[in-house]
Design a protein around this ligand. Sequence first.
Ligand SMILES: *Cc1c(COP(=O)(O)O)cnc(C)c1O
Length: 430
Amino acid sequence: MIDRSRSQSLFDEAKNYFPGGVNSPVRAFKSVNGPPVFVKHGSGPYIYDEDDNEYLDFCCSWGPLILGHDHPSVRAAVIDTVKSGTSFGTPTIHGNRLGKLIIDNHSFIERMRFVSSGTEAVMSAIRLARGYTGRSKIIKFEGCYHGHVDSLLVKAGSGLATFGVGSSAGIPPSFVKETIVLQLDDEPALEEAFHIHKQDLAAVIIEPIPANNGLLLQRDEFLRKVRDLCTQYDVLLIFDEVISGFRVGFEGAAGTYNIKPDLITFGKVIGGGLPVGAFAGSQHIMRHIAPEGPVYQAGTLSANPVAMAAGYAALQEVLKEGFYQDLASKVKTLTDPINSHAEEHKFPVTVRSIGSIFWICFSRESIRRADQINSESMEHFKKLHSILMAAGIYLGPSGYEVGFVSSAHTHLQLTNASKIICQSLDQIFS
Ligand SMILES: *Cc1c(COP(=O)(O)O)cnc(C)c1O
């Protein structure tokens, strides 16, 4: 085993300051072995922990780092901008630059507002949808994560699918009542929910590429059905593209499926590794936001100039010719050999992917709904995670989480990683 003693003692210390020793729960390594790694620095596709272990990083800060760590142009933009101060609470040219770059290159949106996280983007988009329609209820799908917004921390209850229960303590029952939870991949349930609630429905929110509970790639027809029903009943469709935005293509899932949602939420990649989120849509809908309209939304650090400059530098890189094709081919270099190996040895493993997102799934069945994931298979993930950590490969510490490949990963590194993953599977299933 590699030495992680400094991480262990830092984690023990952190428990004196933070509940569970962390500032975001999945970081605590609850579903895998050992202490969380305290990362000291990152460079390209690698991270280095406080014990000086090197790992090829497939977590990439949970998605923002599409260019890998410490990309030269993002670093230069941050350093350059920070020399003029860090925050003014006024508009700056940096917000205009990033806004223009996005709106000029994204054909599904006309106006946007910057916020500081994905959660904030979703929370604000929901309020806008309610303010715009004058209705209150929201449909969401089991297995889609939309940040820690009260009314979206709701999961399907047992029995009648349309009555949800809070998935966290502290969610008032009156909020839970405003959220209808459906399974993905189920058109009849969707039609029924529209039929029952049509008078009260403000919006349907979906991760069009659900990537927070495995990678539950949807059928094109299902996504189109969601769009059609929203149009038919005058309900707003919100694509939560906090992961998929600028990740599976500049126009995200909207561009990939060629479906126009009414609102899109962004986060992660949009800030180049700094805290940025945004929500966006047509001019007609977005003008309901204050100060143009009656829906209040504000932020002291919104469109922070340093974060805007980082996002601008990062998005300029992804707009370069061939960027997304290169990334997608890198993912295949990683996943194809693992899939062939698993197939050949009849291991219950498939690696699913779209763009530069991948998920190691311990099943050979096609999985499109959260309730099709076998929770017992997560024991395999736990073993895999330990073996890979020891071999210098870092996956996010939960089998429900997807992995990310960045443009800094090379084909050679990915080929090597895929060999190590195949050997690990041999070890797990022999
Ligand atoms: C990460 C994520 C969020 C929440 O974003 P934060 O920046 O963590 O608040 C919301 N929706 C989706 C789809 C996400 O992946």
